[in-house]
Design a protein around this ligand. Structure first.
Ligand code: SIN
Ligand code: MN
Length: 268
């Protein structure tokens, strides 16, 4: 998927782009059919919300689920990253499905992803970004992502390491800074049906609230990084901060449908 010059300008200005319903129902069905099995797995890559058994995130799924292995090479997700990051050699720094489960989904505090990538992984520069695909509807009630438009233009902001609020340690931004940034840029929460895609800059300040509704807000995230911007510290395990910098080899646009058609089925 090629972005227009106007879209590239909009990304540079606001730090994000939103494409409602970019994936078709049949494509999303291929992925969603895998989710119950993925979240039921008892393995280190599936982390639970603090104090509950509800899934929070499933990491590195592209290495242990064949449908998500295909998604990780999807041109509708990877090609915009190539264009916006200015290199055709990108690798997957992180790949995760966030469940934001019905009733139990907990907050993600205000943060920039590049703060964690810099502080924990020693990623040299913020030439990395997120591509998010909604696997379920994100609406005003179920904890949609919140962005402060234009906040990426402040560069990397001061952050503190929060290891207690949720089950996932995060470098978070203090309320006074968030108040100042929101005064300047406001808050947006892109909402839309499953199949929608949200691209955002590594320095975008973002957060999400808890989910008190019966509607899980599943989102899969590809965190793409330039191969020439690979991390230099390996304190986090490879399933959280990939130690494998192999460039992503994109598949064809119909890869998910083809995968579903061609995969071996259990004997009837
Ligand atoms: C994240 O910031 O990495 C996840 C936020 C969310 O899924 O709500
Ligand atoms: Mn984040």
């Amino acid at each position: 998927m090629k972005l227009t010059a106007d879209q590239v300008r909009e990304f540079e200005e606001t730090g994000y782009l939103f494409f409602p319903s970019l994936f078709r129902r049949e494509e999303i069905d291929v992925l969603n059919g895998e989710l119950p099995g993925i979240f039921a797995e008892d393995r280190q890559e599936v982390i639970r919300e603090k104090g509950t058994t509800a899934p929070r995130s499933a990491f590195y799924v592209q290495t242990w689920n064949p449908a998500f292995a295909v998604l990780a090479r999807h041109p509708r997700l990877v090609e915009p990253g190539i264009q916006l990051l200015g290199s055709d050699k990108l690798y997957m720094h992180q790949f995760k499905i966030n469940a934001k489960a019905a009733f139990d989904g907990a907050v993600w505090q205000w943060h920039q992803d590049y703060a964690t990538w810099h502080n924990d992984d020693d990623m040299p520069s913020p030439r990395a970004m997120n591509i998010a695909l909604f696997l379920a509807e994100a609406n005003e009630f179920n904890g949609p992502l919140m962005f402060i438009p234009g906040s990426h233009r402040n560069g990397r902001l001061e952050a503190g390491h929060d290891v207690s609020t949720t089950s996932y340690p995060l470098w978070t931004i203090d309320p006074a800074t968030i108040t100042r940034l929101v005064d300047e840029g406001g808050i947006v929460a892109p909402k839309g049906p499953s199949g929608s895609v949200l691209l955002f800059h590594g320095n975008m300040v973002h957060a999400s609230g808890s989910n008190l509704t019966p509607w899980s807000r599943w989102i899969v995230y590809l965190s793409l990084n330039r191969c020439d911007n690979a991390i230099r510290r390996f304190q986090r395990p490879t399933w959280i901060a990939n130690h494998d910098f192999t460039p992503i080899d994109m598949l064809a646009d119909d890869c998910l449908i083809r995968f579903a058609r061609e995969r071996p089925r259990a004997a009837e």
